[in-house]
Design a protein around this ligand. Sequence first.
Ligand code: PLP
Length: 437
Amino acid sequence: QSTAVERSKETIALDRAHVFHSWSAQGTLAPIDIVAARGVTIRDGEGRAYLDFSSQLVNVNIGHQHPAVLAAIHEQTDILTTIAPSHANAARSTAARLITDRAPDGFNRVFFTNGGADANENAIRMARQYTGRPKILSAYRSYHGNTGAAVNATGDWRRIPNEFATGHVHFFTPYLLRSEFWAQSQEQECERALHHLERVILSEGPQSIAAILLETIPGTAGILTPPPGYLPGVRKLADKYGILLILDEVMAGFGRCGTWFAFEHYNVVPDLITFAKGVNSGYVPAGGVIISDPIAEYFNDRIFPGGLTYSGHPLAMAAIVGTLTAMDQEGIVDNAREIGKTALGPGLGALKDAHPTIAEVRGVGVFWAVELTEPDTTVPLAPTQLAAVKNYCQDHGLIVFAAENRIHLVPPCVVTRDEVEEALAILGAALDVLEAS
Ligand code: PLP
C-alpha cells in the first residue's frame, strides 16, 4: 500500500514538473492521480474511489474500461494498427456504416477527424466551399473546440485570446433565466431569440453567410436545453436565406441525451453533424463530420481541401465499432433516457425544492446542469463558493463537472439508479454545508 502511495506521489510530482495542462495557470494546479477505472467508478493512487459524474470531459458515455471496447481495440492491434486515410480499411468502413445507420435519412458519408475541434473545423470548411460564402454565425454561449476556426466560432472566454480568424459573427441564443431579450416565458424567449437571429443575418448580409453553427444543446455553456420551437425556427431561417445549418453534437451526441443525437428531441435535421467524445468514449481519440448527400455529392468532382494523417485511424475506428455495437446490444442509450426521466431528473427536482441556492435544473438523459445562486435570487454563486461545493463532493467520493456557477451532473450512460441516489445524497450534503455557512 505505501509503495502505491509513494508511486502516486511521484506521478503527481512528475506531472507538476513536466506536464503542461490545458486552459490553466500552471502554478495553481493540484491534480489527483487516477490509476484505475471501471464503469462509473474511478480510483486514485491512494486507494480512494469516486463516482465519476463528469464522465471526464463529458466523453466516457459507455463507462470506463468497457470489456467489449477493450476487446475490439486489442483485436485491432493484432490486425493493423495504422494505415493512411487513402486506403480502405475494414474497421473504418464499418465504423462509417454504423454511424450513418444512426443518422437521419440522407446522411451517408463520414469524414473522420481526431476529435471535436477538427470536426467543426472541417464542417466549417465544407460549408464555405459548398456555399462559396465566408461567414459563420455561432452562439456567444458556446464552445466548439481549440483550433483556428473552431475557437473563433466559440463564444465563451476561450475565444478572446485566440481571435485570429476572419468571418466569424456571434449572436445570443435562448436562456430564459438570464434572458438577453427581457422575456418572461419560454415562448417569448424563443420568438425574440429568432427575431434577433434574423436581424443578425440581415445585418451581416445573407449572401455572405455560409452556415449557422450551433451546439444542439449548448454543453459547457450550461446545458441550455432550447425551447421546443427554437431549432426548427433556426432551420427555417437558414432555409429562407440559403444558409447551411451545422449542429455540433460533440458533447450532446451518442447517447448523452438518451438518443443517438440530441437533435432527435427537437424535430430538426441539420446539413452537417459534427461528433467526437461519446462515439467511442475517447478510448482512442476520434471525431468527424456526418455529411448530408447534397454536400457529399458536391465533392464528387471537386477536391475537398482538407485532411489529416490519422483520419479514420484503425484503433479509433475499432473502438467506435466496439462502442456502438455494445451500446446497442446492452440498451445503453435507453438506460440513459430512463435514468434521466426516472432518477436524475426527478432527483435533481427534489434537490431544487430543498435548496434555495438552486435557481434552475436543466437537462435530459444523463446531461444535467444545476445552476447555483445566492439563496432565492438569480445572482450567480461566487467562484470560491462553487469551488467549495465541488471540493466537498470530491472529498466525499463524487467527481462533478463544474463551470462558472454551475455543477454539471453528466455520468456515463451506464449509470445505475443506486449510483444516482448516492451521488445526489453527496451533492445535497455539499449544499447543506454551503447554505449553513
Ligand atoms: N464541441 C463541443 C460541443 C465540445 O463540448 C467540445 C469539447 O468539449 C468540442 C467541440 C471540442 O472537442 P475536442 O476537445 O475533442 O477537440
